[in-house]
Unconditional design. Structure first.
Length: 228
């Protein structure tokens, strides 16, 4: 379902749709198609950064972390590709929220929080019409589900949540954790990792948290922090 109503839609959504349309119409050899899709979708994230300046770069950092974890878990090249695209665009649904709700750092009343929870579903609906993003759209739809079943928007649990969405959930949270008192990036990473461990088994799949920890322990932080 494409959204075309100019009086309701953030202009960034329309710009992103135009760029995704161009990518979707590309007819490239299979050998180069994935690389081009990844490069061009990464460029699309600049529109997200302009629209959501308080989290600029979050999509690219989340993609890098998710890719490192996916490799640690032995995902196929196809699955890694779809996971990367989903990570780049996982917050696109925020642009469909009313302006006062787009800032995820703002305090939310219970009724407005329910509206914000819809951003996963809306984001997936925006991406699903593009053939090359149909797998990524599934991961976007489920990336705020919780291992214990108390997540949103569908409340599914455990292994019923797609693996890529479980990875995306951990990568998203890891990058989003703010540790103002930690001026050293290594200390920040350690604190963020410990926070995820506390939530393993409830919010997050413990296997995914362990895989992220393994990346960090191997100092694959070059993988986890450099761009993809």
């Amino acid at each position: 379902m494409r959204v075309e109503s100019l009086n309701r839609i953030h202009p960034g959504v329309l710009a992103i749709q135009r760029e995704l349309d161009k990518i979707d119409r590309l007819r490239l050899p299979i050998a180069s198609c994935r690389d081009v899709e990844r490069i061009l979708v990464r460029q699309v994230t600049k529109e997200l950064d302009r629209a959501l300046p308080w989290q600029a770069g979050h999509g690219r950092r989340t993609a890098t972390i998710a890719l490192a974890v996916g490799r640690e878990l032995g995902l196929s090249s196809d699955d890694l590709h779809h996971l990367t695209l989903a990570a780049y665009l996982h917050d696109v649904g925020l642009l469909m929220l009313p302006p006062g709700l787009m800032d995820s750092t703002a305090f939310l009343e219970p009724d407005t929080y329910v509206a914000v929870q819809n951003h996963c579903r809306i984001g997936a609906a925006l991406l699903e019409p593009y053939a090359f993003l149909q797998e990524a759209a599934i991961l976007v739809a489920y990336h705020h589900e919780r291992w214990d079943g108390t997540g949103y928007p569908y409340g599914i649990r455990g292994p019923f949540i797609p693996l890529g969405a479980r990875i995306l959930s951990v990568a998203d949270a890891y990058d989003a954790i703010q540790v103002p008192e930690a001026t050293d990036s290594t200390l920040r990473d350690l604190i963020a990792s410990r926070i995820l461990h506390v939530a393993a088994g409830t919010q997050f799949d413990p296997t995914i948290v362990a895989a992220l920890t393994s990346c960090l322990d191997h100092r694959n932080t070059d993988d986890c922090r450099s761009g993809v």
